[in-house]
Design a protein around this ligand. Structure first.
Ligand code: SAM
Ligand code: SF4
Length: 326
C-alpha cells in the first residue's frame, strides 16, 4: 500500500549479524538462539550493493545493527563502502558499546556519523543481570570512546525493565554535564523473551512521573526539547542547564504504522517491512547476482505490502530482535 501523504520510507536498518556477545534478558533466551550459518550471511560487498540499489526507492539513512554488529570482523570496511554512496547522508550504529573502545576511532574515520548505545542500568550488578554477564565498566568506556571520537549525538537506549526507577537520578545526573541523550524504551514482546507481559515492565507514564518528581525535588522543570538529530519516534525533554536530554520511545503504546519510515534487511538477506510482522521477502539471490533491477523490484514489492493504515499487533514476529535487527 502507498504511504500516507508526506510519509516516505527512507530509513534502512541493516542487520550485519545475528550473533552477540551478550544475552540480554529481554532479547535472547539464556542459551542464545540458533545462529544463521556463516555461508548464508551476506558479505559486506553484498550489503553495500543492496544499499546502493535501495537508494533508488528513496533510502537515504542507514542504521547498522544486529545482533551485536561489532562482533562481526571488519565492520569499518562496510561503513566505508556505504559512505561512498553519495545519496546516503546518515550512517548510524546501534551497539551494546563494549567493543567501541577498540573500534570507535576506526569507525569514525570510515565515515560513521553516530551511535546509539544500549545501557540498561548504571548499577554494575543489575547491568550484569540484565545483560547476563556484561561488565558496566566496559560499556561506560564505550560511551566515553563514542564521545571522544565524535560519534555524536550519542544516544543511550534504556529498556524500561522493572527496578529501573531507583536508577533514574543517576541517569539524569549523567545528562547534566555530558551531551548524552538517554532514551527510555518500552519493552516489546518480540521473540518470547523478557517479562511475561507488558504489564510487568514499566510504562512511559510511570517513568515520566518519576522524572517530573525529580524535577520538583531540585533538578528543575522538565521541558520539551528538540530531537537531537534523529528522525525516529522518540520524544525528548531537558532539565534546565543540562547538556543532554531524556526521552521516550513508545515502541508499543506510541507505535503508529502511519509514521513508520523503516525497512529492514536481515543478515541472511531477507527484507522485512515491519518488525512485528513475520513476512519476509528473500532478496539474497538478486543481490548475489548483482541484479540491481531485481533488488529494486523486491524492495518495491515489500513496500507495497507494508501496512501504513492500521496499527499492527505486536508479538507476531517469527524471529527475535537479535535476529531481525532491533
Ligand atoms: N546489540 C546491539 C544493542 O544491544 O544495542 C544492537 C542490537 S539490539 C537488538 C538493538 C536494540 O534493541 C537495543 O537497544 C535493545 O535494547 C533493543 N531491544 C532488544 N530487545 C528488545 C525488546 N524486547 N524490547 C525493546 N527493545 C529491545
Ligand atoms: Fe545482544 Fe543487543 Fe540483544 Fe543485548 S539487546 S542480546 S546486546 S543483540
Amino acid at each position: 500500500m502507498n504511504p500516507p501523504a508526506g510519509q516516505t520510507v527512507d530509513y534502512l536498518r541493516l542487520s550485519v549479524t545475528d550473533r552477540c556477545n551478550f544475552r540480554c534478558v529481554y532479547c535472547m533466551p539464556p542459551e542464545g538462539v540458533q545462529s544463521i550459518p556463516h555461508e548464508q550471511v551476506l558479505s559486506y560487498e553484498d550489503m553495500a550493493f543492496f544499499v546502493k540499489a535501495a537508494v533508488e526507492v528513496g533510502i537515504s539513512k542507514v542504521r547498522i545493527t544486529g545482533g551485536e554488529p561489532l562482533v562481526r570482523k571488519g565492520l569499518p570496511s562496510l561503513v566505508a563502502m556505504i559512505r561512498a554512496i553519495p545519496e546516503i547522508h546518515d550512517i548510524s550504529l546501534t551497539t551494546n558499546g563494549v567493543l567501541l573502545p577498540r573500534f570507535a576511532e576506526e569507525l569514525k574515520t570510515a565515515g560513521l556519523n553516530r551511535v546509539n548505545i544500549s545501557l540498561d542500568s548504571l548499577d554494575p550488578r543489575r547491568y550484569r543481570e540484565l545483560t547476563r554477564g556484561g561488565l558496566l565498566s566496559e560499556a561506560v568506556a564505550g560511551v566515553e570512546a563514542a564521545l571522544r571520537f565524535g560519534l555524536c549525538p550519542v544516544k543511550l537506549n534504556v529498556v524500561m525493565m522493572p527496578d529501573l526507577l531507583p536508577e533514574l537520578p543517576d541517569f539524569v545526573a549523567m545528562t547534566r554535564e555530558l551531551p548524552l541523550h538517554v532514551r527510555f524504551i518500552e519493552w516489546m514482546p518480540v521473540g518470547g523473551c523478557g517479562p511475561r507481559s507488558t504489564s510487568d515492565s514499566l510504562t512511559k507514564d510511570q517513568v515520566m512521573a518519576a522524572l517530573q518528581k525529580l524535577g520538583r525535588e531540585g533538578s528543575g522543570e522538565l521541558m520539551t526539547d528538540a530531537s537531537p538529530m534523529g528522525w525516529g519516534p522518540a520524544r525528548y525533554y531537558r532539565f534546565p542547564g543540562h547538556a543532554g536530554t531524556v526521552g521516550f520511545i513508545g515502541s508499543v503504546s506510541g507505535h503508529f504504522c502511519s509514521e513508520c519510515n523503516r525497512l529492514r534487511l536481515t543478515s541472511d538477506g531477507r527484507l522485512k517491512n515491519c518488525l512485528f510482522s513475520s513476512e519476509e521477502i528473500d532478496v539474497k539471490d538478486a543481490v548475489q547476482a548483482r541484479d540491481g533491477q531485481r533488488v529494486v523490484d523486491r524492495i518495491r514489492e515489500s513496500l507495497e505490502r507494508k501496512s501504513f493504515d492500521k496499527d499492527v499487533e505486536t508479538g507476531r514476529a517469527s524471529r527475535g530482535m537479535s535476529q531481525v535487527g532491533g
